[in-house]
Write a protein that binds this ligand. Structure first.
Ligand SMILES: NC(=O)c1ccc[n+]([C@@H]2O[C@H](COP(=O)([O-])OP(=O)(O)OC[C@H]3O[C@@H](n4cnc5c(N)ncnc54)[C@H](OP(=O)(O)O)[C@@H]3O)[C@@H](O)[C@H]2O)c1
Length: 248
């Protein structure tokens, strides 16, 4: 039986890291990816110490070419370990924000490139092989800011709202070949990336019925469920993991 292999972008930190650890515990071989090799190797070594399989593949994701290169390297890593790349988690993202007036064009372009263009070209390079083999699972990590207006997060939210539409497009495009595509949409979650928000993270969490800040493991559990065969009839969904923030 072929070993399942997952490429998780941005798995050197936060939600991606927690997802890598969770999938490895579920028996999936993981390609850990990010810019920071030290953080990447920490995750790989932790997975190996727990008896799982993992490799680090460094990537600075910014355009179609960097996405294509990561897809090729991850495919090679999967195959050289006797597996196939049948899981992709598009998690790496830039969360920079600010008022609309004064947003630099370079910021707009960087957010759209990392959060939207890169996932698009990762799927373009990886999903056809999944489809040819008759199966696979893709999860796009979205955000609460894609569903409601959060102050200062217009470009970030727009990039992820577009990603959620791609989730539906890809579910339709690749579903007949057995490839499922879903989004997980987290609310405020305590990660190295959200640390800079300080008290604003708690204030945002307090607006939701459950009222607390999530741990990365709360989001990883939802991602792992959507990847698993237990979700075999679910595709094109955007799963809110936000403490109920979007129902009030
Ligand atoms: N935390 C929250 O409250 C929250 C809420 C809603 C949605 N989200 C979403 O959840 C996902 C993960 O967020 P997080 O809070 O876990 O973030 P984080 O702790 O800042 O981690 C971000 C990860 O993405 C990688 N990354 C960023 N830009 C990259 C680039 N250009 N090329 C390659 N790798 C890059 C980082 O790699 P390096 O280690 O190399 O820097 C790191 O592994 C994002 O999609 C974010 O939008 C987070």
């Amino acid at each position: 039986m072929e070993t399942k292999t997952a490429l998780i972008t941005g798995s050197t930190s936060g939600i991606g890291r927690a997802t890598a650890l969770k999938l490895a515990r579920d028996g999936v071989r993981v390609v850990v990816s990010g810019r920071d090799a030290d953080r990447g190797m920490e995750v790989v070594e932790r997975i190996r110490a727990e008896g799982g399989g993992a490799e680090f593949v460094g990537a600075e994701l910014r355009d179609a070419q960097s996405a294509a290169e990561l897809a090729a390297k991850a495919t090679k890593v999967a195959e050289s370990a006797g597996g196939v790349l049948n899981i992709l988690v598009n998690n790496a993202a830039i969360g920079s924000g600010g008022p609309t007036a004064g947003t630099e064009e370079s910021t707009f372009d960087a957010v759209l490139a990392t959060n939207l263009k890169v996932p698009f070209y990762l799927v373009a390079n990886i999903a056809p092989a999944m489809a040819a083999r008759g199966g696979g699972a893709i999860v796009n990590v979205s955000t609460l800011a894609a569903e409601v207006a959060l102050p200062g997060l217009s470009v970030y939210g727009a990039s992820k709202a577009a990603l959620d539409l791609l989730t539906k497009s890809w579910a339709a495009e690749f579903g007949p070949a057995g490839v499922r595509v879903n989004s997980v949409s987290p609310g405020p979650t305590r990660t190295p990336g959200s640390e800079a928000l300080g008290e604003a993270l708690e204030q945002l969490a307090a607006q939701a019925p459950l009222g607390f800040v999530a741990d990365p493991e709360d989001i990883a559990a939802a991602i792992a469920f959507l990847i698993s065969d237990q979700a075999r009839f679910i595709t094109g969904a955007v799963l809110d993991v936000n403490g109920g923030r979007t129902v009030v």
